[in-house]
Each structure stands twice: as structure tokens, then as C-alpha cells.
Design a protein around this ligand. Structure first.
Ligand SMILES: [Zn+2]
Length: 417
């Protein structure tokens, strides 16, 4: 048995120092990528989301803080481990690996330092289904699961046609869902996640299901706009079906999303590598953007969080702090403490920009040709608020508890009636 989980009390497990009751009915946790507070409410106000309307009124409707950097990988992994990046090790989509001297994606499961809840729940007898939109998250989320058809599966919409029993614990996904592989840049990539979730719940009735979407729509469309409302109305229909099957459903987000453009409609960017090059000489400092991933068309790798490898960190911190558009500059130690991050995977400085600004490396390094709409992005403290919603009521009042998005499983399994 893995060291991260023990099962001392019947009906309970302990994972990464937190205790969870085993589910009495199917439990579905949904990470709606980039779901800034306001999207759901606007769709309800437009009369397009009857299920959400009912849940906001009669269920549990909380606001939680996500992990900073407010990026996809650190937050998805926090949700499924129940702990911040200081514990699980995933503090970006992308990082500079000091052990190899290379900049690499953080998708490799080898970077995950603890177990997720899923293997522990599986050992306790639960059937598990993990469905993601993009394949980049699947390896991390599925780590440690024994993939067995009908008992545990882990697959993505993006590579649904490649799903195999050996790799994913399931095959013929497209036939099951009745849909072809969606385009990676489409609302359909997320819709596929829900459609597959409903079909799997009907067929296998897993005790625990984790659904994780993509923020393609939120990057382009603000709350209350027609396309955003269509997207949440779509979700509403599938969630109503899961609810009707008796599922406890908790919804949260990996991060929020804000407009990041100026009056001219162009991205409002501070190119930090250019700034450091002008101060120190070319490439004397190294700026890393942990938002970087292989799918940059909708954000051009521009977010509100960067790390910098440089000498004399305190000197440059003082200088950066005077720049308009910079919200916070922290040394490695300060950032590790304040944001609960792994210090050995941080640069010498962590830089966070203000709500409507983004940070880039060098102007020449960013291909913004794919930005067909004014930039919306995330990464900063300004995108930290996210919804935490359940279709059940709290068994005991929450008091003044400070909720985190990685309390999602605690809420679903321990706290609602
Ligand atoms: Zn995201």
C-alpha cells in the first residue's frame, strides 16, 4: 500500500493527511476550467440554466480561493490531492527543471510527489472514472490507478479515439458517447467530457467521477455573452441528467478569468525578459511563464504570473515593485510561504501582474496571431476566486471557513447531507 493513504476506519480513507468518508452515492467532482464567478449566475439570469438555478438556490453556493499561480495543472492536481502545490509538487504547466537545466512541461506524472485520492478510493473498493478535455492532464490525474474496464478508466476527449484498455481502462469511447473526436479548440471538447460522463454513469455507475473541462470558451467570451451562456446551458443539461441518476455533484474551477487588454483592444503586456535584458544584458536573467502549454492559440502564453531566475533578486524585486501593472513581487522563499509552493521548483523571483495586465517574455517570442478576440487570461491573484457549488446542502453550517477549491472532495464526501 502506498504511504500516502491508510484505511484505518471502515468507511473512511486518509489521503495526504486528510480524511474522507467513502461515498454512499455516486460522487461527481467537476473542474470547470476558467469558471470565473459570474458565468453561472449570468446564464441563470438569462433563463438558460434551470439546474444551476435550482442548485444555487437550494444547494450549497460558496466562493473559494484557488491556488496561485492560478493555472490549470497546479489547481487540478490540488483538487484531486486535497493539498496545495507545496505538498504535491505541481506548481505550473511548465517549469525550469534545475536538475536537468531544461525548460519542460510539467505533465509528466514523475513530477507528482504524492498520491491523488483516486488510487486510495480504488483500494477501498470504489469504481473510478476520470475524464478530461485535453490529454495533457490525463497522465497526472490517472497516476496510480489500476485501469480495469468497468472499474477504473482515465481518458480525454482529445484522444478519445485512441483510448485502449491497457492505457485508459476503456475502449470504443466514441461509440459509447455517440460522438466523434472533437476539435481541440472548441466548446465540443468540453461537451464531450460531460456526454461521456453521463454515458459512463448510466453504464458503469462509478462511485467516484472526476470531470475536467477546458477554458477555450472562457478565454474568448466574458460572463453573460451569448457564447458563454450557450456553454453553461449545455453543461446544465448534462448536470441535470447526473443529478437525476442520484449523483452528489460538486463543481469548482481551477482558476478565474479576466480581460487583459488595453483601450486599443490589444493585450496589455509587460515583456519581462525584455525588461531584464535592458537592466542586466541579454539573457543574463531567465524569465519563465508557467502558463505555457502546447495549446497557446487562445492565450498566446500570456498570463499574470511569471518566475525569474536572476542574481541579486532583492535588488530587482525593489525595482519591479515600482512598475505600473505589477501587483506583487516575491522572493522564492516569500512566494513558497505565501502561495504554498515547492521552493525547489521556483525561480529567484515570483512576479504577479495586476487584474488587467499580463506578463510575457520577449515581444518577439509571443505569437499573438491566434488571438481572434481581445485577450482574456489568468495566472494572478486577481483570478483566485472560483465557485464551489454542490447540489446538496451543508450538513453543518460552514461558519467563516476560508474555502479552497481543493476542498471539493472534502465537501462532496464529508460535509453535505
Ligand atoms: Zn485552466
Amino acid at each position: 500500500m502506498a504511504p500516502d493513504s491508510i484505511n484505518t476506519i471502515p468507511g473512511e480513507i486518509e489521503v495526504n493527511g486528510r480524511r474522507y468518508r467513502l461515498p454512499e452515492q455516486p460522487t461527481v467532482v467537476v473542474c470547470i476550467d476558467g469558471s470565473e464567478p459570474g458565468y453561472i449566475e449570468a446564464t441563470v439570469a438569462a433563463g438558460r440554466a434551470p439546474w444551476f438555478a435550482k442548485v444555487l438556490k437550494a444547494g450549497t453556493n460558496l466562493v473559494a480561493d484557488c491556488v496561485v499561480p492560478s493555472f490549470t495543472n497546479p489547481n487540478n492536481i490540488s483538487i484531486v490531492t486535497g493539498r496545495p502545490p507545496a505538498v504535491h509538487g505541481i506548481n505550473g504547466n511548465y517549469f525550469f527543471d534545475p536538475s536537468t537545466g531544461e525548460e519542460v512541461m510539467m505533465n509528466d506524472p514523475k513530477f507528482l510527489r504524492v498520491e491523488t485520492l483516486f488510487p486510495a478510493l480504488q483500494r477501498a473498493g470504489c469504481r473510478i472514472a476520470v475524464i478530461t478535455a485535453k490529454d495533457k492532464l490525463r497522465g497526472l490525474l490517472g497516476k496510480g490507478l489500476a485501469l480495469v474496464p468497468g472499474k477504473a478508466c482515465s481518458f480525454s476527449s482529445e484522444k478519445s479515439d485512441k483510448a485502449s484498455v491497457a492505457e485508459n481502462g476503456i475502449e470504443d469511447v466514441n461509440a459509447l458517447v455517440g460522438r466523434p473526436v472533437p476539435n481541440v479548440y472548441s466548446a465540443g471538447l468540453s461537451e464531450f467530457v460531460f456526454a461521456a460522463g453521463v454515458k459512463l454513469m448510466e453504464r458503469d455507475r462509478p462511485e467516484v467521477m472526476y470531470l475536467s473541462t477546458t477554458d477555450y470558451i472562457q478565454h474568448k467570451h466574458a460572463p453573460g455573452t451569448p457564447v458563454a451562456n450557450d456553454f453553461y446551458a449545455m453543461m446544465d443539461g448534462y448536470l441535470a441528467k447526473l443529478d437525476a441518476m442520484g449523483c452528489t455533484i460538486v463543481l469548482t474551477a481551477d482558476h478565474g478569468m479576466n480581460a487583459k487588454f488595453g483601450a486599443d483592444g490589444q493585450p496589455d503586456v509587460i515583456y519581462l525578459q525584455d525588461v531584464f535584458d535592458s537592466w542586466l544584458g541579454k539573457d543574463e536573467a531567465r524569465v519563465i511563464l508557467p502558463i505555457t502549454d502546447p495549446y497557446v492559440v487562445h492565450h498566446g502564453a500570456l498570463g499574470s504570473y511569471a518566475v525569474v531566475y536572476c542574481d541579486d533578486a532583492r535588488k530587482w524585486k525593489a525595482k519591479l515593485e515600482t512598475m505600473p501593472g505589477i501587483e506583487t513581487v516575491l522572493t522564492k522563499e516569500e512566494a513558497a510561504k505565501r502561495f504554498e509552493l515547492p521552493a525547489d521548483r521556483l525561480g529567484d523571483l515570483v512576479v504577479v501582474s495586476t487584474k488587467h495586465k499580463v506578463l510575457g517574455t520577449s515581444a518577439a517570442q509571443h505569437d499573438l496571431s491566434g488571438l481572434t478576440e481581445p485577450l482574456r487570461s489568468h495566472g494572478g491573484i486577481s483570478e483566485q476566486h472560483v465557485p464551489l457549488i454542490c447540489n446538496r446542502t451543508l450538513a453543518v453550517p460552514a461558519g467563516d471557513r476560508q474555502w479552497r477549491n481543493f476542498d471539493a472532495f472534502d465537501l462532496a464526501l464529508n460535509l453535505v447531507g
